[in-house]
Design a protein around this ligand. Structure first.
Ligand code: 5RP
Length: 220
């Protein structure tokens, strides 16, 4: 089974978490694209979706889902999103697709975060995947210097986010204490968001393996 097949499997498995008539939060990425396709095929309709990117909004609308502004909803039941890396505590690196800030905002408004990932994303220590940091354009130089002082090797991505900002990808930066590092990087002036999702990690992990989808729930 290749990685795309595993992404399709977890995308399908996430459909059962969607409650008809409830507002659904939708992440971004190729695994989420599989989830949106599976949701459309299932016929299950959330009352509306709150999307984390222009990319997901366009796909949802093209398949007939209503997409509303986060400011117009009181509550999101479930948020479904992928990850670039996830550890045993369900802390994640996200933002490979550049949607980290909106993803973190929508995730923070959801009761339950369901992470869908193929098995290559499960790691012991976060950091082999370059950690994305979204920055205000005028601050990219000073933020890069602050990240270097923390031991990272930031490289600017050739990409502008949906928020009109830039991304620094931190290479060679293994993260032993994700909650602390999330706080530290978020406190650098000019940082919009770091792609560490540790203070608010996932609640459920649907992991695609050749033996099938493994469901794991966070014990709190
Ligand atoms: C986008 C993300 C994605 O969830 C992450 O990059 C995983 O993407 P994919 O499902 O394509 O592997 O954080 O900002």
């Amino acid at each position: 089974m290749d990685q795309n097949e595993l992404k399709r499997l977890v995308g399908q498995a996430a459909v059962k978490y969607v409650k008809p008539g409830e507002v659904l939060g939708v992440g971004t990425g190729s695994t989420v694209d599989c989830f949106i396709d599976a949701l459309a095929a299932s016929g299950i309709k959330p009352s509306a979706c709150v999307s984390s990117s222009v990319r997901s909004t366009e796909k949802l609308r093209a398949l007939g889902f209503e997409v509303v502004d986060l400011n117009d909803v009181e509550r999101i039941g479930v948020y479904v999103d992928g990850a670039d890396e996830i550890n045993g505590d369900f802390e994640m690196i996200k933002g490979g697709g550049g949607a980290l800030t909106r993803e973190k905002i929508v995730a923070s408004a959801a009761d339950t975060f369901v992470c869908i990932a193929d098995q290559s994303k499960l790691v012991k220590t976060l950091g082999r995947f370059p950690l994305p940091v979204e920055v205000i354009p005028m601050a990219r130089g000073c933020v890069a210097r602050a990240l270097r002082a923390l031991g990272a090797e930031p490289v600017e991505r050739d990409f502008t986010t949906d928020n009109g900002c830039r991304i620094l990808d931190c290479r060679n930066f293994m993260i032993e204490d994700p909650v602390r590092m999330e706080q530290t990087i978020n406190a650098i002036p000019g940082v919009v968001t770091v792609g560490l999702f540790a203070a608010r990690g996932a609640d459920v992990l649907l992991l695609g393996t050749p033996e099938g989808v493994k469901t794991m729930e966070k014990t709190r």
